[in-house]
Design a protein around this ligand. Sequence first.
Ligand code: KG4
Ligand code: ZN
Length: 359
Amino acid sequence: MSKKRIVLGIESSCDETSVSLVREKSEFEQEILSNIVNSQIKIHAKTGGVIPEIAARSHSTVIDGLIKKALSAANIKLNEVDAVAATAGPGLLGGLIVGVVAAKTLASVLNKPFIAVNHLEGHALSAKLEHQIAYPYLLLLVSGGHTEFTIINKFNNYNRIGTTLDDALGEAFDKTARVLGLKYPGGPEIEKYALTGDENKFIFPRPIIDQKNCHFSFSGLKTAVAQTVAASKNKNSQFKNDIAASFQKTVCDILLKKTQFAIKEFQKQHPNKKTTIVVAGGVAANQKIKKVFFDIGNEFDCNIFFPSHYLCTDNAAMIAYAGLERLKKNKINNLNFKPRPRWPLDKNAVFLKGKRINV
Ligand code: KG4
Ligand code: ZN
């Protein structure tokens, strides 16, 4: 291979501003030269959730400093960059605009390609930054904004086979934490409190678990948790631990059952392939969920991959990497590409939020 291409990636779709440089190493390998993340958690903790306007302001305040930091940490000069990629959706419009405008400006000054990356493609490919994973594989994306099973047939060929009909799983963790009076983001808090809780103390509903499909629904679970908390007179720490543990167990039961349907669907579509499952997105940082999947791997003879924690939560390394794959295939974008707050990874996927499914 001649010159090893370098892509600068920008992520600003929600509450993390991040800039990364990724360089190709060999045909199937690449290296992260730098990955700088500025988390807005402290800002949003005050309000218990992300306020889009405040998030956008924070992105615009830090973005240029982060670009400088990422270049200097990678020991790369701006003119060595071969393309500039940014998350162009889905996400909060104000934040997307900040990242996309920064990337377009750099690309036009450098006279190098601009690449609009789908944030979900970043998560979908993130595990390939650390492991050599062959296509096709089954992706479970579980984050604050998305919960879906997608078959990654090959690069740029994605088939969503299941999605949430209401809340994303990360959202359910965050809302459960909020009713218990715990910090934002709720996922890590719930995991911590659950460690010393009794997971069988409360029996919560597992909506649509018996439907033979790969869809999820978490809003009934969330409401049941809120009602149990509201009805309790004594909300001491043991109570909080027990709610957290029972909630987390319910989530694990749902994931276990729905993943079995997803494996069947994957095997139907790829009958001669061993099933490989990649679990990505912020919720994939949860150790209990990780254990469920490694058990699934043993029981159903599947390969299981989880990206490292820093690649599970929002980061620009996955965006730069998706940008690099696009650059290799000459899939570059025009400077008039507009950010897309809603942008499904599988363009044929039907929008199912709020829909009832009876299968
Ligand atoms: O992928 P991500 O960083 O941002 C989005 O694209 O949404 O995911 C953030 C979500 C939050 O809802 C957060 O509570 C959840 O991931 N999360 C966790 C854990 N760490 C983060 N959920 C469960 N257990 C965790 N350890
Ligand atoms: Zn994300």
